[in-house]
Design a protein around this ligand. Structure first.
Ligand code: ADP
Length: 508
């Protein structure tokens, strides 16, 4: 007989730690937080029932230290660990260390994390399961002759990709044979420094595809359901920035087929807990497996909004041995949801990270609005971690109403003290093709031109010319607000020094 946990450790920080702690609270489970020296006064620490210092600010000495985390978990007598996303969430060593320590890892089996965490082995696994994969090499590249042969067969353009890749790193588009060698070298170098693994392989570069992913949940009894799709084609540097569900691109027949394939693949793997099958869909609506993420996704809230399923609670219940709370027939897509990822980055300066102190803000709120964030007045967005401050999500009964709500919410939401990507989102969602749902993964490169047009001018003028042009015409009051939003924090001034610039580049 399954029994719910009494105490769970959240091995993460930021908005996702807050999200998980909230689910634990609602399930009457005690939440244990870990924090680095940079996060002493962070929201996830004050919200948890217990919190323990895990180490100094750098992630390698704190949030990535498996040994320290397991020790804290043992000392605090927790029964399970939720890894969130990022950090150790796709590290099979944490899952294995949990097993050894008799602690439940809230995620899939370690061998599946390993298998699906490598693009070459995950492609091979999916091919065996008769899932269509993006055409490409079946093993890492070991010589330039082999690479030339594969690329020629696939026909240029092709994509050189890191086998251990993630976050859009270690990827190079190659349009002609004479650029192949230098692209392989560059991808190998980037992959080695980001993942400590230089293996790269080749995929056909699909022209203007859509990124559509299917969310699945599997329990310990072998039951698997899907929670439909998310369209994630609004990307910058191959990284998602706005997501929506349902996808405006795929039709019901394709949706059904993709969901069936994902469920079948998960069953073949005997997959347990939450997972996402990412696909590329080409202009002819043929879909190809891209990769599987063996964890909770950043964009899970939009799936929660259209299905009504609390995915984090389901993850916890599954890990405790409960069967899925839903059968497939219980799951429906109802209405339409969007998510905008708000980063502490400067859209007016090549999206360089802009950590610092949030002096005040006006929160995104109103009917059918969700803000997942760790923002608090006076809180600091540290320089050490991912610059994601939070996610603004809206729901509407249909896409049109959801877009209108998103526009309203982004207009109202202001953050003072640091620069954020709010300004970017406000502009993207007003581009006519976005409003009509006509976009693919190259949409931002093709249609978001505004930052490129900005002439070099003093900061305040730039802000007025880009962010506040609307407000400028309408109300003086609004201008004051936008000026405040881009008030330069003392930290930011410091970040402008040459040494900090170098540091920021590394951070990107
Ligand atoms: P990562 O794991 O680094 O995020 P993915 O393989 O998930 O890399 O791809 C990220 C994004 O890069 C995709 O959503 C898509 O926009 C682009 N991409 C990846 N592979 C291809 C491809 N073969 N053809 C065209 N675009 C691709």
């Amino acid at each position: 007989m399954a029994k719910l946990f009494k105490k769970v450790l959240v091995a993460n920080r930021g908005e996702i730690a807050v999200r998980i702690i909230r689910a634990l609270r609602e399930m009457a489970i005690d939440a244990v937080a870990i924090y680095s020296e940079a996060d002493k006064s962070a929201a996830h620490v004050s919200l948890a029932d217990e919190a323990y210092l895990v180490g100094p600010a750098p992630a390698l000495e704190s949030y990535l230290c498996i040994g320290k985390i397991i020790q804290i978990a043992k000392n605090a007598h927790v029964e399970a660990i939720h890894p969130g996303y990022g950090f150790l969430s796709e590290n099979e060593d944490l899952a294995e260390a949990c097993q050894k320590a008799g602690i439940v890892f809230i995620g899939p089996q370690p061998h599946l994390i390993r298998l699906m965490g490598d693009k070459v082995t995950s492609r091979e696994t999916m091919m065996k399961a008769k899932v269509p994969v993006v055409p490409g090499s079946q093993e890492p590249i070991h010589s330039i002759e082999q690479a030339k042969k594969i690329a020629k067969n696939l026909e240029y353009p092709i994509l050189v990709k890191a086998s251990a890749g993630g976050g859009g790193k270690g990827m190079r588009v190659v349009k002609q044979e004479r650029d192949l060698q230098k692209s392989i070298d560059a991808a190998e170098r980037e992959s080695q420094s980001a993942f400590g693994d230089k293996r790269v392989y080749i995929e056909k570069y699909l022209e203007n595809p859509h990124h559509v992913e299917i969310q699945i949940l599997g329990d310990l009894k072998g039951n698997v359901i899907h929670l439909f799709e998310r369209e994630c084609s609004i990307q910058r540097r191959h990284q998602k920035v706005i997501e929506e569900s349902p996808s405006p691109f795929i039709d019901d027949a394709l949706r059904k087929k993709m969901c069936e394939v994902a469920v079948r693949a998960a069953k073949t793997l005997k997959y347990q807990n939450a997972g996402t099958f990412e696909f590329l869909v080409d202009q002819k609506k043929k879909f190809y497996f891209l990769e599987m993420n063996t964890r909770l996704q950043v964009e899970h809230p939009i799936t929660e909004m259209v299905t009504g399923v609390d995915m984090v609670k389901e993850q916890i219940r599954i890990a405790a041995g409960f069967p899925l709370s839903y059968q497939q027939k219980d799951i429906h897509q109802f209405g339409h949801a969007f998510e905008c990822r708000i980063y502490a980055e400067d859209p007016l300066n090549q999206f360089l990270p802009c950590p610092g102190k949030i002096t005040s803000y006006r929160i995104a709120q109103g009917p059918f609005v969700r803000l997942d964030s760790y923002m608090e007045p006076g809180c600091t967005i540290p320089v050490y971690y991912d610059p994601l401050i939070g996610k603004v999500c809206v729901w509407g009964p249909n896409r049109r109403e959801a877009v209108l709500r998103l526009k309203r919410v982004l207009k109202e939401f202001v953050i003072h003290g640091i620069r954020t990507t709010l300004i970017f989102h406000r502009q993207v969602i007003n581009i006519p093709n976005f409003v009509q749902g006509k976009y693919d993964t190259n949409f931002i490169d093709r249609e978001f031109k505004i930052t490129k047009k900005i002439p070099k001018q003093p900061l305040q003028d730039m802000v007025l010319s880009v962010a506040a042009i609307d407000a400028y015409k309408k109300r003086k009051k609004a201008i004051t607000l936008v000026q405040q939003e881009y008030h330069v924090s003392p930290w930011l001034k410091q970040a402008r020094s040459e040494s900090m610039r170098k540091f920021n580049r590394g951070f990107l």
